[in-house]
Design a binder for this molecule. Structure first.
Ligand code: WTA
Length: 654
């Protein structure tokens, strides 16, 4: 975030309390919220223990709430046994068997509706199919799918038999998929022939074949859903159609009870160094926070239609599509495609046609849709909406106000929810019937989540508006357990900075005089592009893998739709290109990064330079590169630059 936006947030004084009407119907009343805060403050462990008992069906009850003997590898509710899919599905059958669990709309307009009973049956049948393919508890299953109900079915089916899923976002490339399959040591891959997005067929099976062509020896079986009828090649003995895989299996599959600490899933996310890390989540603790946060923050009532627009390839799609709202017995909406097909009114048209009441999306989507103008949403009846949410990056007050006025008709509270892949569930957010909101602030931590902002020495910052590190001071049930296969990296990344005392999120923030938290962005070399995390090093290594590139440095710059854009400085082997050669090489490198990582990682800007600016000790001067990428005046000292003459090249003027 640049200084200007911090400035504007600091001056943001508007406050929006929930309406009396909203408060009176809220599931969590202000007095109850206050009681939860008090209970958590009085006895943190007992608080989570009581909720775990109340909210989860345990096959075998736990006796130990929190085991800190291997801290910071905390264990919650261990020795308790449960099944996550049972808690999301079977548990609702008696009362809500005929209630819609999933309402689906494809990009082409096709629609489906699955009741809780139908979803339970489909999950059970697919779980039987997985078992028949030799998958059992603890095996890893990679899911590389479009946003269709079968993706949730596949995830829930893994949970039903204790297999550990790792969903890879369908927009990632073959080589990203391959890296994740290898790291996870996956036995089975679930994919589709293709999916529809942005008016095109995204050919997932072709990418999967490319991934599997090299090094993925652990994969025994590939299950392929026919979604797009796009014609794929099937490898004998390895590939099987989804419809054939479930053929002959019943819709009864006894849920396998696992220890609360049994890994439910791995989800790979970018860090500041090296390859993406497999964030490992548990079964019991994860489910508890996913369910409770869905109830507390999204105020789910039985007649709500809840639409979280995130793809299941991201953590938001795990906690607020595939698990949390189902555990809470809600009806979720799933949409397969892009928000702009056939036009910028698609989201609002879906809200109107399906009567969406709660809508949760990313600031980047809000900003993109805002650009189409107010006339488009005005064509739709959005009166059913009663609560709005955002996630993924700080929301600028201008987008917040547009969301509030144009989409929410000034009547819907907005919950700006801060959390991470690592936290498993929302950590900081308004409680919609309780917390007055301020545009751009995610307000306060949830009950039982001990968030603080500390300085370099680990001491809480005391003066209002002083920035510091966001830390979480006590363990919480849905916290990541480790990085798959690399516990040292887990400790180093999240705990070492403050001697294992606090979880370090990697974000900076400040508090205002009301104690409201304002996020200020990452403190590491992680970019937030359209709400998605990308390590600068990841993009740099992709660039360097191209045979014309010797070295590169990647930084972020403010982008009015994506939040942050990617700016790459590139040093080539041989001469810098001239004339027409330059745009051609830029296009080639962008395409290359798209192939290496995925389209979201394509640099917005590429600048060729003969050297990177380095200090005499050889450190790349990233702050200088950021200043230039932003188009700001250079104020920092450049006298330590080894080669001051390259400044003009970096600025694109030499
Ligand atoms: C950022 C997404 C400001 C933050 C759930 C965090 C936010 C990273 C917000 C995690 C928010 C997420 N306000 N920043 N409401 N929500 N972030 O792992 O930098 O994809 O560390 O999880 O997104 O991204 P991740």
């Amino acid at each position: 975030m640049n200084d200007k936006s911090i400035e504007s947030l600091l001056h943001e004084q508007r406050k929006f309390p929930p309406s009396d009407e909203f408060i009176s119907a809220a599931r969590l009343q202000p007095s109850a919220a206050e009681a939860l805060y008090a209970e958590a403050a009085a006895d943190h462990e007992a608080f989570w223990g009581r909720l775990a008992q109340q909210e989860i069906h345990w096959e075998t009850p736990f006796t130990d709430i929190l085991d800190a003997s291997d801290a910071p590898n905390y264990r919650w509710f261990t020795d308790g046994h449960l099944n996550v899919s049972y808690n999301c599905l079977d548990i609702h059958l008696a009362e809500r068997g005929d209630k819609a669990a999933i309402i689906f709309e494809g990009e082409g307009g096709d629609q489906r509706r699955l009741t809780y009973r139908e979803l339970t049956d489909a999950v059970s049948q697919f779980a039987n199919a997985l078992q028949a393919q030799g998958v059992s508890a603890g095996d890893r299953v990679v899911i590389y799918m479009p946003m269709v109900p079968e993706t949730v079915i596949a995830m829930q089916a893994c949970a039903r038999i204790g297999a550990i899923h790792s969903v890879v976002f369908g927009g990632f490339s073959a080589s990203s998929l391959r890296d994740r399959i290898i790291d996870a040591g996956a036995k089975l891959l679930i994919t589709a022939d293709g999916g529809f997005r942005g008016g095109h067929v995204i050919e997932l099976k072709a990418a999967a074949d490319e991934a599997l062509a090299e090094g993925c020896d652990t994969i025994e079986t590939v299950i392929v859903l026919n979604r797009a009828d796009c014609g794929v090649s099937m490898q004998d003995g390895r590939d099987i159609w989804w419809s054939d895989a479930i053929g002959g299996h019943t819709a009864i599959c006894e849920p396998v009870a696992v220890d609360a600490e049994h890994p439910l899933f791995l989800l790979y996310t970018s860090g500041s160094t090296g390859k993406p890390k497999g964030i490992q989540h548990s079964s019991g603790g994860y489910l508890l926070n996913a369910k409770l946060s869905s109830q507390w923050i999204f105020d789910l009532h039985d007649d709500d239609i809840f639409w979280c627009t995130a793809d299941v390839g991201w953590v938001t799609g795990h906690s607020y599509v595939a698990y949390g709202p189902l555990a809470a017995g809600a009806t979720i909406l799933m949409y397969e495609g892009a928000p702009t097909v056939p036009d910028g009114g698609r989201f609002w048209s879906i809200c109107q046609r399906h009567g969406v009441t709660i809508f949760y999306t990313a600031p980047t989507a809000i900003r993109a849709l805002m650009k189409f103008g107010d006339d488009i949403p005005a064509q739709y009846d959005l009166s059913k909406l009663r609560l709005l949410g955002t996630v993924g990056e700080p929301i600028n007050p201008e987008a917040w106000m547009w969301y509030h006025e144009v989409i929410g008709g000034q009547r819907c509270p907005i919950v700006d929810t801060w959390w991470q892949t690592e936290t498993g569930a929302i950590m900081i957010s308004p409680l919609p019937g309780t917390t007055p909101t301020k545009p751009g602030s995610c307000t306060k931590a949830l009950p039982g989540i001990d968030v603080d902002i500390v300085d370099e020495a680990g001491e809480p910052v005391t003066s209002p508006n002083e920035g510091g590190y966001i830390v979480i001071k006590k363990p919480w049930p849905s916290m990541l357990r480790t990085i798959w296969g690399d516990n040292d990296r887990y400790i180093e990344t999240y705990w070492e900075k403050f001697q294992n005392r606090y979880y370090v999120a990697g974000d900076s923030a400040h508090r205002d005089t009301d104690g409201y938290i304002w996020m200020m962005g990452r403190i590491d070399d992680v970019l937030n592009v359209s709400g998605h995390r990308l390590g600068t090093m990841e993009v740099e290594s992709a660039l360097v893998a191209h045979d014309r590139v010797v070295e590169s440095a990647v930084v972020g710059f403010p982008h009015d739709v994506k939040g942050e854009g990617i700016f790459a400085y590139v040093v080539l082997r041989g001469e810098r290109p001239s004339g027409d050669e330059e745009p051609a090489l830029v296009a080639e490198l962008r395409g290359w990064v798209g192939q290496e990582i995925g389209a979201i990682a394509k640099p917005d800007q590429i600048r060729f330079t003969e050297n990177l600016p380095k200090t005499r000790s050889g450190k790349i001067m990233r702050r200088l590169l950021r200043t230039i990428a932003r188009g700001d005046e250079i104020t920092q000292d450049t006298s330590t630059l080894e080669n001051e003459a390259i400044l003009d090249q970096l600025r694109g003027k030499g």
